[in-house]
Design a protein around this ligand. Structure first.
Ligand code: KPL
Length: 327
């Protein structure tokens, strides 16, 4: 199966390498030309369990792929009008960029790259982007996914598989068309299986998205503001009090939006801090590197969700404003 991975950060490189090792035909679509050339020449270096392997993949910039697709599409339309020829087969795409990259340029490139009948699995943290993608990409089968695989990018073509996790995915909430009607799904599931990726297809992926959002809404801004690794947050005297307050508010916003709480959310939050104790959260890493953070799609979107449901969100608003001030 042909799979295009958009974005060659840690998550994109990890999935690209594993899917290619499993036998899928993988093309990595990057934003920078240098990285695309490097990947095409030398492949992805995947390290796990102390061993490294170089995995051959195709690669191109997203811009070049989008331009080629737009030209092919125009030619095909002309040929089709003349001779009734078929369009190209549908393709499976994985969108593995951060929400901060989802600006007008990238959306325009996606609209040129994807054609009706293609499928797009979105692996972003936070919420808000799926609605925007559905508006920009009519006719594309949208899936949302949450992955807990540990991935660390250590070079432009090098990724460490730092811990086994799971991929939970399913039709994006509110997207047209059901997964059962997707002719590409069987091939994609087989590709995942051959790659050894523990993946679960669900019709209720929103529940997973909200669970992950709850973790990110507490750990990410607080580790960024207090400048501590995940494991230090609950030990920090102010950290634990702020965690409790932000968790309580975020949970009640999600419940008002339909999330079915189990009562185990707080324990799970502490457990994630324990299990990722040495990690620098992605938001703290962004702040330290001077990159824009995902705060708008995490706490900013939670505050917007609260407003839609008429519940207060002063702590999420404050967290968003403070992290913006750090950026
Ligand atoms: O997903 C994460 C992130 O850093 O973005 C957590 C769960 C906080 C782990 O670091």
């Amino acid at each position: 199966m042909k799979i295009e991975i958009i974005g060659a950060g840690a998550v994109g490189l990890l999935h690209g390498a594993r899917l290619a090792l499993g036998g899928a035909q993988v093309r990595m679509l990057t934003r920078g030309k240098e990285q695309a050339e490097l990947l095409a020449r030398e492949g992805i270096r995947l390290s796990r369990g102390g061993e490294a392997v170089d995995v051959a993949v195709e690669a191109s910039t997203l811009q070049d792929a989008a331009t080629a697709e737009a030209e092919a599409s125009a030619l095909q339309d002309a040929a089709k009008a003349e001779a009734g020829r078929n369009e190209r087969e549908g393709r499976w795409h994985v969108l593995a960029v951060k929400q901060t990259a989802l600006g007008p340029d990238l959306l325009r490139q996606l609209a040129a790259l994807l054609r009706p009948g293609d499928s797009l699995l979105c692996l972003q943290n936070g919420i808000g982007h799926l609605e925007q993608l559905a508006r920009t990409l009519p006719g594309i089968r949208l899936y949302a996914g949450v992955t807990s695989e540990g991935a660390l990018r250590v070079g432009a073509r090098e990724v460490v598989h730092a811990g086994a996790g799971e991929l939970h995915y399913g039709p994006a909430p509110g997207a047209d068309g059901s997964a059962s009607a997707d002719p590409l799904l069987a091939g994609w599931r087989q590709a995942l299986q051959r790659a050894g990726i523990a993946a679960f297809l669900s019709n209720d992926v929103e529940d997973r998205i909200y669970r992950k959002l709850l973790l990110n809404a507490v750990i990410n801004p607080l580790t960024a503001l207090l400048d501590v690794p995940n494991g230090r947050l609950p030990e920090h005297p102010q950290g634990i009090r702020l965690m409790k307050a932000l968790h309580e508010e975020s949970l009640s916003i999600l419940v008002s939006a339909g999330f079915a709480a189990t009562g185990e959310e707080w324990e799970r939050l502490l457990d994630v801090c324990r299990r990722t104790a040495a990690n620098t959260s992605s938001m703290l890493a962004d702040v330290r590197a001077g990159r824009p953070t995902e705060i708008a799609s995490i706490n900013g979107e939670l505050a917007r969700l609260a407003a839609r449901h008429g519940v207060p969100a002063p702590l999420n608003e404050a967290a968003a404003a403070l992290v913006h001030a750090l950026e």
